[in-house]
Design a protein around this ligand. Structure first.
Ligand code: HEC
Ligand code: HEC
Ligand code: HEC
Ligand code: HEC
Length: 306
């Protein structure tokens, strides 16, 4: 058995010696890896950099199994709601509290009637990005630093906040958001786009200043054939039997784009971080988590005739 292993190894190394490609790092253009993005909320150190921090603002601080990546969004079992195997604590009825972009006079009747349901794809994004739902409360987790009133697991997240309580993205507020885009989309913003108070940061329901979601693209397109392409460009996704526009029409929450965030600064891994991963121009054009490149507004023009 041992000699057979050695034989296999020597054949392998002969192959490797004749083909240096075997030793090369994976071609960057083939990397689609959520582990090297800010959506890696685990405690692992796949993204590290002595100078600029971790290149992501939030990471679990627990030891042990908190090194899982998918678990912050999916679970293989006992998911709630079931699609797409969600693992976030769900507040019943929260979907009807979100106010969507529906009041614009120039929208089609279909887009004006937009709604999201408990099973809309956008709900998993909003279960962190509304700003008020905790990012670190998991429905089904074999590790926990604490347990909330519903029996769901609280995983300690370090960064700006510590302790074993629930942590929402809106809690980042520290006296006025004026310098850059914050990811808590449900915040109540002032006219200049800043967030005036902690309560406004945590408001969690205001999507009236965000691109419309939660309606059938096909039905809207039929009402505005001059303004919308018959089918969106390849790579833009529509959801469910009626082809709904959701967050993930424009975004892909798993896609690798070669950068992370260190506070208000974007950290490019190929220049700043001592990881072997570099990103191609094609990958960088998908910043932040875009489904297709938005260079020259390519993404927008993938649906809009403008
Ligand atoms: C930040 C949240 C998040 C993380 C982390 C995440 N996913 Fe997902 N995943 C989603 C969402 C949202 C969808 C729904 C479809 C979409 O938006 O792409 C999805 C869909 C999927 C799907 C089905 C549809 C598809 O796009 O292929 C698979 C399979 C999947 N995820 C696997 C994984 C695995 C494996 C990991 C960990 C390596 C992971 N996901 C990590 C959010 C996440
Ligand atoms: C488990 C919580 C969680 C879920 C679910 C989640 N995100 Fe995120 N997302 C984050 C965190 C944390 C950040 C980093 C925020 C920061 O650094 O301030 C982030 C950042 C982002 C960014 C900005 C990235 C950048 O580099 O600037 C985008 C865009 C984004 N998410 C889109 C989505 C979309 C779309 C979905 C659903 C398909 C989604 N997220 C689901 C936690 C989540
Ligand atoms: C019509 C396309 C589209 C839809 C739909 C969309 N986004 Fe985005 N989103 C973008 C683009 C493009 C950017 C990058 C903006 C920039 O860099 O100026 C972005 C940026 C973001 C950011 C980074 C912070 C910010 O405010 O710029 C987050 C977080 C985010 N999106 C989450 C979401 C979530 C959650 C949803 C669903 C509720 C969603 N997006 C729906 C296109 C879209
Ligand atoms: C998935 C296809 C799709 C993509 C990609 C997309 N949009 Fe849209 N957008 C729509 C649809 C459908 C509507 C609703 C149109 C209607 O009802 O008249 C809409 C509505 C809008 C509106 C509101 C129009 C109004 O009458 O108030 C604006 C502005 C807009 N989009 C800009 C953008 C920008 C900017 C981008 C790129 C960041 C983008 N869209 C990407 C499909 C898309």
């Amino acid at each position: 058995m041992l000699s057979r292993t050695i034989n296999v190894l020597s054949v392998l190394s002969a192959v490797m010696l004749t083909s240096s490609i075997v030793f090369a790092l994976p071609d960057a253009s083939t990397v689609t890896d959520v582990r090297y993005t800010v959506h890696n909320l685990s405690n692992n150190t796949l993204i590290t950099d002595g100078l600029a921090g971790e290149g992501r603002n939030y990471a679990a601080s627990s030891s042990g199994q908190a090194d899982q990546v998918c678990v912050f969004c999916h679970t293989p079992h006992n998911a709630s709601p079931s699609k797409p195997l969600w693992n976030k604590a769900y507040t019943p009825g929260i979907e009807s509290s979100y106010r969507l972009y529906t009041s614009s006079k120039t929208l089609t009747p279909t887009a004006k009637a937009a709604t999201i349901t408990a099973n809309s794809e956008s709900m998993i994004c909003l279960s962190c990005h509304d700003g008020k739902t905790a990012i670190n409360v998991l429905h089904n987790s074999s590790y926990r630093d604490n347990t909330d009133v519903n029996g769901d697991a609280i995983v300690d997240i370090d960064g700006t906040f510590s302790g074993s309580g629930a942590f929402a993205l809106g809690q980042q507020w520290s006296g006025g958001f004026t310098s850059y885009n914050y990811p808590n989309l449900g915040a109540e913003r002032s006219a200049d786009g800043s967030i005036p108070t902690l309560a406004a940061s945590l408001a969690g329901t205001n999507l009236t200043d965000d691109h419309p979601i939660g309606f059938s693209y096909t039905a809207a397109q039929a009402q505005d054939a001059a303004g919308l392409k018959a089918s969106p460009d390849t790579g833009i996704r529509l959801f469910g039997p009626t082809n709904r526009v959701e967050c993930s029409s424009c975004h892909n929450p798993h896609v690798y784009y070669g950068s992370g965030l260190a506070g208000s600064t974007r950290v490019y891994f190929d220049t700043d971080i001592t990881t072997p991963l570099v990103a191609t121009a094609t990958q960088k054009a998908k910043t932040p988590f875009l489904s297709i490149s938005n260079t020259g507004s390519n993404l927008c023009k993938g649906c809009h005739i403008k």
